[in-house]
Design a binder for this molecule. Sequence first.
Ligand code: SF4
Length: 338
Amino acid sequence: MTDLGGLTLPELQDFFERIGEKRYRATQVMTWIHGKRATSFEDMTDLSKSLRATLAREACLTTPRVTSISCSVDDTKKFLMAMADGEFIETVLIPGPDYDTLCVSTQVGCAMGCRICRTGELGFKRNLSSGEIVAQLNEVRRQEPQSNIRNVVFMGMGEPLANLESTVAAVQIMTHPSGPQVSWRRLTVSTAGLPDKMLELGRRLRVKLAVSLNAVTNEQRNHIMPINRKHSIEELVSTLEQYPLPRGIRITIEYVMIDDFNDSDADAKQLVKLLSHVKAKVNLIPFNDDLSSEFRAPKPEQVARFQDILLSKSLTAIVRKSRGRDILAACGQLAGSL
Ligand code: SF4
């Protein structure tokens, strides 16, 4: 059955035409699903009874079941959601002073196998549909009506670009005026670095891009991100240089800092060199050493030195605090469990 929550407006218009209805019904139903967050066709009271019955017969609405919510001491909340087939994913709500950020998953598990990430340890189970991605936002808004989610980051479980079609459709739905109305300027798709898919994403959508670089040499990156054996740092950086960026937008480079591994002054200088032709800003994320016995968190004074070196070369660099560490909701901690 067709999940109407996972259809873009043109797809929804085609659906209504196929069942012998007027195309304008699409906007009406899209608003019910994403604006009023209806969970059944019965709720759509301005549709005739017979149309509601047809929809119940021909289509469905994905509504993941929230099976638990864990709350961190820093107010970050992690939602464990059961999908219709019994698989679990996690979605994280990160409150901010003015508005909140939601981190959504795009796959159950992940095939990328990054050694600094618990999701990678799970292996890949399956892709999420566009409806399952968008439903995470609708469901958290339903559960937390007082939340003010304006930022959405595709940084939860999975590699979004390995599930490109669902990711593109989910972004199109989330940013549509009849959808959940997230501004594309506040929507970020994160990737471990799949060059062809990155360029395709940039050609098809206006969206912000974040790339997990995490290393400045192939030797370092091969060790923590197996994808680098297929696509080297040089290939990745050249893709970033060609990426069709919307005006006024920079690519976010995620750099997880690991003690005595990629956090030296020389590494900082090499990072500046690598990014010299990329419109980029850098997020420095001190490694969370609950994740591994192999790597350690960097010393705070070295994080500050590293940041200073980038700033001294006019490269914007922000140190990101890991949120939700105590409930395993921080970067790299999502593994479909509580
Ligand atoms: S860091 Fe991202 S791409 Fe790498 S294993 Fe974890 S979820 Fe997958």
